[in-house]
Design a protein around this ligand. Structure first.
Ligand SMILES: NC(=O)C1=CN([C@@H]2O[C@H](COP(=O)(O)OP(=O)(O)OC[C@H]3O[C@@H](n4cnc5c(N)ncnc54)[C@H](O)[C@@H]3O)[C@@H](O)[C@H]2O)C=CC1
Ligand SMILES: O=C1[C@H](O)[C@H](O)[C@@H](O)[C@H](O)[C@H]1O
Length: 345
């Protein structure tokens, strides 16, 4: 069986996903694309030699008879309408983060999905598919370091474009830690405070960079997370879990250990696309496999909602400097199921 997929948004990650579904993964076929930039949509169909129709807009694509499932890779503010439209016609939808740009929008999606009684929505939080994070989660769940007490983590980008706004440090960048840490710890957040060290001279005028995010979880775990988007030296993701009897670190990406010119060195990646390339492949292969079985294995609309509520609190904390409570309703029974172990591609 082959899943007939329509893609809304043929920009950077949309093209990446089209290429991986077409050339690397199995079980999926791109049969439809759309983008407000029609030339760009046409170009990917031609360069990838797709047997795919170019639709005028996302809603037409979603309703098309030959589209069985949808991938939303358009700009964040458009996600809510497309995900709701996919739910309305009962079609599975993989939505890149964010699920919606407001918690209210995410809640609408949660309510609409529950009303159908069918699991339809997966959100593109790919770090849950990273082999390093999965190994770290296995160590925590094995009890080898005792109960987790503290997490130290860092999300460092070498630079960001001029269009990068202060809020994007949370809604576009830190959002990955917000999702992966609650999955890693099987916990939820109760409060957040954000403090700022002196600003790097390498940051644009309007950015406060770096930032330190202090999160507390329901189980009393304390997380201190650095967000540094102009670190210059590379794309560096760190995560250290301090437990009662030991410490577990997120593995570094594999790299040749070079001895030359009286130096011992390893490479540091500079692009997030390279750091998580395998995670995107595993994530989308799992989505195709699960969708063909009528399941959602990955991050759900509820996870998208929790991320939105948490990032809203982070934005408030960033502005006020205060400790901001994070209050969440109980997770609906509809979303209470264990993540099925990711099948190897
Ligand atoms: N999971 C991850 O690690 C990543 C997720 N993303 C997310 O993916 C989304 C897209 O990001 P990029 O590809 O970097 O942006 P991009 O700007 O390169 O591509 C977005 C595309 O969507 C199109 N578009 C915008 N509104 C549209 C509409 N109403 N209908 C059809 N097409 C529309 C634009 O013309 C553009 O081609 C964002 O939400 C971003 O947060 C992006 C990069 C990494
Ligand atoms: O969504 C993304 C990318 O996935 C990177 O992981 C982040 O570092 C980047 O800031 C954000 O745009």
């Amino acid at each position: 069986m082959v899943l007939k997929i329509g893609v809304i948004g043929t920009g950077a990650i949309g093209q990446d996903h089209i290429r991986r579904i077409t050339n690397k993964l199995s079980g999926g076929k791109i049969v439809a694309v759309t983008d407000v930039n029609k030339e760009q949509a046409k170009a990917i169909v031609e360069t990838q030699n797709l047997d795919a129709k170019i639709y005028d807009d996302g809603h037409e694509l979603i309703k098309a008879d030959d589209v069985e499932a949808i991938v939303v890779t358009s700009w964040g503010p458009t996600h809510e309408e497309f995900v709701l439209a996919a739910i309305e016609v009962g079609k599975p939808v993989f939505c890149e983060k964010p699920l919606a740009i407001t918690a209210e929008g995410c809640k609408k999606i949660v309510e609409a999905e529950i009303a159908t009684g069918k699991s339809l929505v997966q959100v593109g939080y790919m770090r849950r598919y990273d082999t390093g994070y999965r190994a770290l989660k296995n160590v925590i769940e094995s009890g080898k370091i005792g109960e987790p007490l503290i997490v130290h983590c860092a999300h460092r980008n070498p630079t960001v474009p001029d269009t990068y706004t202060g809020d994007m440090a949370i809604v576009d960048t830190f959002i990955h830690e917000i999702d992966v840490l609650r999955w890693l710890l099987n916990d939820d957040y109760v409060s957040v405070q954000i403090v700022a060290p002196r600003k790097t001279s390498n940051a644009l005028e309007h950015l406060q960079d770096p930032l330190i995010v202090l999160l507390e979880t329901k189980q009393g775990i304390r997380i201190n997370a650095e967000i540094f988007v102009n670190c210059q030296y590379g794309y560096d993701i760190q995560c250290q879990v301090v437990g009662e009897t030991g410490i577990a670190n997120l593995p570094e990406p594999s790299s040749v250990v070079l001895r030359s010119e009286a130096k011992l060195s390893t490479e540091i990646l500079v692009d997030w696309k390279d750091r998580f390339i395998d995670s995107y492949d595993t994530e989308l292969q799992d989505w195709i496999n699960s969708t063909l079985k009528g399941e959602v294995n990955g991050p759900t609309a509820w996870d998208g909602y929790v991320a939105a509520v948490t990032s809203d609190a982070c934005l408030e904390a960033k502005e006020s400097g205060n400790i901001v409570p994070i209050s969440l309703e109980e997770r609906p029974e509809f979303y209470n199921k264990n993540l099925i172990v990711v099948e190897k591609i």
